[in-house]
Design a protein around this ligand. Structure first.
Ligand SMILES: Cc1ncc(COP(=O)(O)O)c(C=O)c1O
Length: 412
């Protein structure tokens, strides 16, 4: 466990040589390093014929009902600002979906906010609850945005690590030990980007018990909630005692393959949504109208498309994970999301060298685990693993496996 912020320390030095003749930029923001993933995307852009398992998005068309609704909205000039909370009919559809999937109730009028992706929702949630110096517990490897967004609002990330031996699940005992009188919230991002970890209901209940005992908030990013394989997703706020302390976020980027439409939603008690809405109102006004209309249609008419996408992802996962294991890249089948997080230990390389050489020598892009472990300083997990997004066409996945096989032969 580490309580310092290495990413900030490193970047602050760079600030001094910036902006000659003008006062310095805001330290809280410019002191955070840009996502470690970006460097590899830039590198990949210079390599012809690359197969990318790097970007976290499904290479899939979005549901036809969403496209048709968007086209109809454009043609009928249905493109004005919406309520700051989002279109009421859309919020009703979200409320119905939460009830249908998880049996949890949210009032569309006051307990749901439509956001510009889960990205904005997470930022608003943290702004709504954090004050300078408040601590937030995050278990790594974790989605790259959690640490920076906590820092942007003056919070302090208390990063814990997890291990392959435990399927990268959060450890309730470690969380309990990390709680101090400054702790305000625990971030839960499951199913996980980058590991696919999907903790059981019992593990989530144990974390909930800690939150109840210490009056903490739970920030639950459930953007991959529909993408689970052979297990059930535990919706945090549906657990007894969780609703009043949970800010639940869902979205359309993953299971509906609608990354660029930029729509997500937050569900929480009215008092929390009201505060989140204030920031959203003054900074965003409303989420894009055409996209809201498209996503409402997706929710109402595209269940079959989601089921087809999830079944396709499960088949890809099975093929890819067994191929990785055959190559010596050890990987237990992830239970959710669409990432594999294999160990590269057998290659004899650390994850960053593995990633660079695999890209330059065999034209496959993956992301080193270090990009997801920068707050805990957990050298072992980050340096020993890479993230591979298998939500790509089958022919690309096969090509990636063939190239990785050549690479593994060359490294042994
Ligand atoms: C765990 C997680 N949360 C949030 C996001 C961002 O989602 P959105 O596109 O809805 O902003 C991503 C995107 O990769 C993600 O993996």
């Amino acid at each position: 466990m580490s309580f310092h912020l290495p990413a900030i320390d490193r970047a602050v030095a760079g600030l001094r040589c910036h902006n000659r003749g003008v006062k310095p930029l805001a330290r809280t923001v410019s002191g955070v390093t840009a996502s470690g993933i970006r460097r590899y995307f830039d590198l990949a852009a210079t390599v012809e014929g690359v197969v990318s398992l790097g970007v976290g998005e499904p290479k899939y068309p979005c549901p036809p009902a969403a496209k048709a609704a968007a086209i109809a909205a454009i043609e009928s000039d249905d493109d004005a600002y919406t309520s700051n909370f989002g279109r009421l009919s859309f919020r009703k559809a979200i409320s119905d979906e939460m009830k249908r999937l998880y049996g949890v109730s949210y009032r569309p009028e006051t307990e749901i906010l439509v956001t510009t992706g889960v990205s904005e929702g997470a930022d608003l949630a943290l702004r709504a609850i954090l004050e300078e110096g408040d601590e937030v517990i995050v278990t790594e490897p974790a989605y790259v945005s959690y640490g920076p967004t906590v820092t942007f609002v003056g919070g302090k990330v208390i990063a814990l690590s997890s291990s392959a031996a435990n399927d990268f699940e959060p450890d309730p005992d470690a969380i309990r030990k990390a709680v101090t009188n400054r702790t305000k919230a625990i971030v839960l991002g499951y199913p996980s980007n980058p590991t696919g970890a999907t903790p059981s209901r019992e593990v989530i209940e144990a974390i909930l018990a800690i939150a109840i005992e210490h009056d903490l908030w739970l920030i639950s990013d459930e953007i991959y909630g529909r993408l689970v394989y052979g297990v059930e997703h535990t919706c945090v706020s549906a657990l007894p005692g969780a609703w009043e302390r949970t800010i639940m976020m869902g979205g359309f980027s993953k299971a509906y393959a609608m990354t660029g439409w930029r729509i997500g939603y937050a569900c929480a008690p009215a008092a929390v949504i009201e505060v989140m809405m204030k920031v959203h109102q003054y900074t965003m006004l409303c989420a894009p109208t055409i996209s809201q209309i498209a996503c409402e249609a997706a929710l109402r008419h595209s269940e079959k498309d989601v089921e087809t996408l999830v079944a396709a992802m499960e088949a890809k996962r099975n093929y890819f994970v067994s191929s990785l294991n055959e190559l010596g890249l050890e990987c237990r089948p992830p239970k959710g999301s669409f990432y594999a997080f294999p160990s590269v230990a057998k290659s004899g390389l650390d994850s960053e060298t593995f990633t660079e050489r695999l890209l330059k020598e065999h034209k496959v892009l993956v992301v080193p685990g270090t990009a997801f472990c920068s707050w805990s300083g957990d050298e072992t997990t980050g340096r020993n693993h890479v993230r591979c997004c298998y939500a790509v066409p089958d022919e690309d996945l096969q090509k990636a496996v063939e190239r990785m096989a050549q690479f593994m032969k060359a490294t042994r």
